[in-house]
Ligand binder design. Sequence first.
Ligand code: SF4
Ligand code: SF4
Length: 461
Amino acid sequence: MSEQGNEEFRNRHSTINKEGKRNWIYALQPKGKFYQYRTWLSYFYLLLFVSLPFIKINGNPSFLFNFPEGEFIFFGSLFTPQDFVIFGIGMLIAILFVIIFTLIYGRFFCGWICPQTIFMEMVFRKLEYLIEGDGNKQKLNNSKDWTTDLYIRKFIKHIIFLILSFIISNIFLSYIIGIEGLIKIVKEPISDHIVGFIAILFFTMLFYAVYAFVREIVCTVVCPYGRLQGVLLDKNTIIVAYNYLRGEPRNKKKLIEKSGDCIDCGMCVNVCPTNIDIRNGTQLECINCTACIDACNMMMNKVGGEPDLITFASENNIASGKKFEFTYRIKSYTVVLGILLVLLSILILTRTTFDATILRVPGQTIQENNDGTISNLYRIKVTNKSNQTLAYHIVASDPTIKIERIGLPLDSLKGRQLAEETFFIKVKPSDVHQRKIKYEIKLMSGEKIIDTKQAIFISEF
Ligand code: SF4
Ligand code: SF4
């Protein structure tokens, strides 16, 4: 709720000043329980981020997002482009999940889970406080002529930021090419891994630019999730909200009779990493980091006021004092999400180890053989989606037909291997009663049937 209906703040971005220049934010370090929780969570996330590339499941990395080669590993299970149906449904579920989650909990993800916020607020900004002092000190120092001491501090800070960005870039890359791929780049000559080396340099400079200069602009301008907020939130969404009924009219020195609880100290704005005044109501720039809740609680504690003048609540909660309710919209989305989750589970559970396509070799017609049979020529492309070498052969379900594999037949497939071979299906003409017949081919690993595929046989019938 903006003061006296002044909506001027909506005309300008919080990180741009009236002259159109960058408004550098010197956010103060919050102190309070939420900041403490976020600090502990950040330790957990950072540990997870660093250790996950080293954790293997069934010999596979626990997670891998190898976009260049189209290989993805989730919880140790390999997914390739052949799993596009699972991917499609997975993406759909992810999008719906984001919508429902945001609808209920607002931008909780941004403030508490997003790696950008974790690194910015819990790593880089904390280092900045350590080297250059708190926000007020930084602002004061930067407004004066720089002293030698400040030059040295800034130099040290940027060197540390660069080193950290380099480390993050390496770990980030290990999620794409695997930890073994990264170790190769590190150990072997640069000339053997030019692309990998350029990727490390690129991501290092990107992370450095983001954490040293771009900062909150990633959340307020670049991130599409932040832009979506305007259409995803409704009046029942849980957000970081200012209780204007309790806080207004603001009263710095408690001079006004019947004044509200807000003492207009400005601490909620001073700690805000996106430089907004939450008392103006929900804004796109708010990342739900809760720094303003901590700051306001601290001030309330100092002046003997009740805590939670700024708190987690929906707009309707604030206006009416009612509790959070599941709206019809949330319920419908949740039902759709449930159905998709069941579908995804079925797809994952029935996912086969071999993925194959069988096609007649183009340009080949029906052949008449010396043994009196007729035949069609086929090519099978088969992928072993597991990480282990598996025995492999094919058999026909119909005993009246014969499969004759050409050349050296495949008898095993290495983990993640895509292989192909050609084979004839031979049939006695007396067994052919129609022009097009579908024969079932079993893909076997030892005695186990992994999958069955169909081969279309064309005759002159
Ligand atoms: S308004 Fe509060 S919750 Fe939102 S970004 Fe600023 S400090 Fe964080
Ligand atoms: S920190 Fe609390 S008391 Fe101070 S200005 Fe913000 S809302 Fe008002």
